[in-house]
Design a binder for this molecule. Sequence first.
Ligand code: HRO
Length: 310
Amino acid sequence: VDLSVSWLGVNMENPLYNASGVMCRSREELDAVAASAAGALITKSCTLLPREGNPEPRYAKAPHGSINSMGLPNAGYQYYLDYAKAYDHQGGKPLFVSVSGMSLEDNLEMLAAFRDADLPCLVELNLSCPNLPGKPQIGYDFEASSHVLSEVVKVYHKPFGVKLPPYFDPVHFAEMASVLNSFPSLKYVTCINSVGNGLVIDLDSESVVIKPKGGLGGIGGDYVLPTALANVREFYRLLDDKHVIGCGGVKSGREAFMHILAGATAVQVGTCLYEEGAACFARIRDELAALMQEKGYATLADFRGKLKTM
Ligand SMILES: O=C(O)c1[nH]c(=O)[nH]c(=O)c1Cl
């Protein structure tokens, strides 16, 4: 079977890569993803200046997934720009850079720098970080999203993507799709970011499991798969001439297959990668290949977006 994906001028040997935020903050982590069976890699969302992030513990494994309130810890955009400048873009694994400025001005300054560097990597603008105390998610404010994107495309003229929070209402899917469709150079969306502000309780200690925000944090893993699949399918259906990248609940070839069936061009792995390590990519890749073989599909295009309804 052929697991390759070609999209937006990049070629991936398989559709799997890391979710931004997991195994991608340092060059050592990024190199580990690049050295794994992953088909691509993406950096931790970066800010103008380096950030320590929230107090620890700020990530915890939960019975069916994970909770995090990292607070955007990252080395600052220059670090990832330098990594991208040194990266072997011909090596066959596309590098994506995630940008998540603390303000529109910061985003524009970082995007201008990436523009001027004129690198072959694709930029993913994060509109959905749920863990900055006091900062609402841009992705949940349609007017703010439209304004941000209007300013972004004045500065950044190359194709780019956005990381979206999960939506839970057909009216919201339609509203956000309408905003996104008015930006032709916005060529892909990654659905979904963590399900914001969940609360995991440890019964033995009768306590929350992470320190920031009274224990509130973004939820990932098995808990979010149905929501992730719904967002992939709805935006696949509603967006014009854009790709959808699936993220959320992928821990085997089965969930990767589901995301692609729902319309995903490629698929990111977060919680499972955090817990299992980079070996998960070869395992999930092989499981996906076996599933395709079993079902008689030779390529991803044979079943992409072909989810049956009743
Ligand atoms: O707390 C974080 O760093 C974080 N955590 C998430 O689950 N999603 C994000 O986009 C970010 Cl930026």
